[in-house]
Design a binder for this molecule. Structure first.
Ligand SMILES: [Zn+2]
Length: 394
């Protein structure tokens, strides 16, 4: 496999600690984050925001008070410095309201507080991987834990086993433990495609490809509607615990949607790679403005990101060496994929395409996907036509 460069990515594995190991991980995360909140307070008091300067003020103290090792103490300090950098950038971007607003003033003056389970970075000296045994050895405040088992998908396991793992984050979520490992992998040279698989993204069907495969959104849309109702109830309640529950549900819903998008992107990229084809998708810029929707659908669109599926497709295609082109999406739904005749009346209803010229009948989304596939071939040809851009070549 010819490679064209290296790409950084984050691989998630799930830890399966024994109860005793989980207790040690729990105590460690609590110690690191209590220390982080203390460092964050000192940062505000001293006005000293730079990682290196901050170290002089707090390093010895947090090491002694919280039983942190040298590396852990340094990572805690860096985590605080990074968090303030993020807040500063967000302030600059106006994400906490206008200057002088109550919310903004609070963000400007209050120290950052870290939840007990905020993610904690680990470097190679604090965490080592034994991929054959599928275990890690990890630093904790109770000493080094050996043989902490982990699991993951075949893909994730292979990636951590075969790549150099840089920093990892220890994450506690919904009572489970994870490591988010940063790795660098080789990026393959895209192959020369034998045709294109067109992908039409929609609301009712998240995606419909030009082979006629429907990547359904029914269950996801149903799930979202249920979540929406629950959210409304919680919003109406307005209590602190309701707000907290609401924030948790929103996060969970976003993870679920991302999971569905990941699976769809994977299916499409795998199929394109298997058949030696490239992928053609509509250019997603401004899709929100373009898509005109009936009211109940508008709600789903807002909590749904086409861009996410587009981004996942692009990312997975690049990692697999599948060429991907973005095409002009105009009139793909009104144009006949067989004869090219374009007419609004070709689309008598949401579901159906019926060409008024040649009489072809197809599912409306399938017809659009076929048009996108055609445009993919044209787009690819325009970019990669031999000698087109180099008149000097003999
Ligand atoms: Zn036709």
């Amino acid at each position: 496999m010819a490679t064209v460069g290296r790409v950084k990515l984050v691989v998630q594995v799930k830890l399966l600690p024994t109860p005793a190991q989980a207790t040690a991980l729990d105590a460690t995360l609590r110690a690191c984050n209590t220390a982080a909140s203390e460092v964050a307070a000192t940062t505000r008091e001293t006005g000293c925001y730079r990682n290196y300067d901050l170290r002089k003020h707090v390093y010895t103290r947090i090491k002694a008070d919280y039983g942190l090792g040298a590396q852990a103490a340094q990572h805690v300090i860096k985590k605080v410095a990074d968090a303030y950098t993020t807040v500063k950038a967000n302030l600059k971007a106006g994400r906490y309201g206008k200057p002088g607003s109550k919310r903004r003033r609070k963000v400007e003056t209050d120290p950052i507080r870290f939840g007990w389970n905020a993610a904690q970075p680990y470097d190679a000296r604090m965490l080592s991987w034994q991929p054959d045994a599928r275990t890690v050895s990890i630093w904790t405040t109770a000493g080094r834990l050996k043989n902490v088992a982990y699991i993951g998908s075949a893909d994730q396991l292979k990636t951590v086993a075969t790549s150099k793992v840089g920093e990892s984050d220890l994450v506690h979520r919904d009572g489970k433990w994870f490591l988010y490992a940063s790795v660098e992998v080789a990026e393959p040279q895209p192959f020369d495609p034998a045709g294109f698989l067109g992908v039409d993204m929609g609301i009712a069907n998240i995606a419909y490809d030009s082979d006629g495969t429907r990547h359904a959104g029914d269950r996801l849309n149903g799930y979202r509607r249920r979540q929406q109702r629950l959210r409304k109830r919680l919003q109406a309640k307005g209590t602190k615990s309701a707000r907290r529950l609401l924030a948790r549900r929103t996060k969970k819903e976003a993870r679920h949607a991302a999971d569905v998008n990941h699976r769809i992107a994977k299916t499409i990229v795998t199929e394109a790679a298997r058949t030696g084809r490239g992928i053609a998708v509509e250019d997603l810029t401004g899709i929100r403005e373009r898509v005109r929707l009936r009211k109940p659908q508008r709600v789903t669109l807002h909590s749904w990101s086409f861009h996410q599926l587009g981004a996942f497709l692009a990312y997975k295609a690049r990692r697999t060496g599948v060429p991907l082109v973005e095409v002009d999406p105009r009139h793909t739904s009104q144009t006949c994929h067989r004869c090219g005749h374009r007419d609004k009346r070709n689309r008598p209803c949401q579901e159906t395409f019926h060409c008024r010229s040649c009489g072809v009948v197809a599912h409306a989304d399938h017809n659009a996907a076929l048009n996108i596939a055609h445009r993919g071939v044209e787009g690819w040809g325009a970019v990669n036509r031999p000698h087109a851009a180099s008149p000097c070549t003999q």
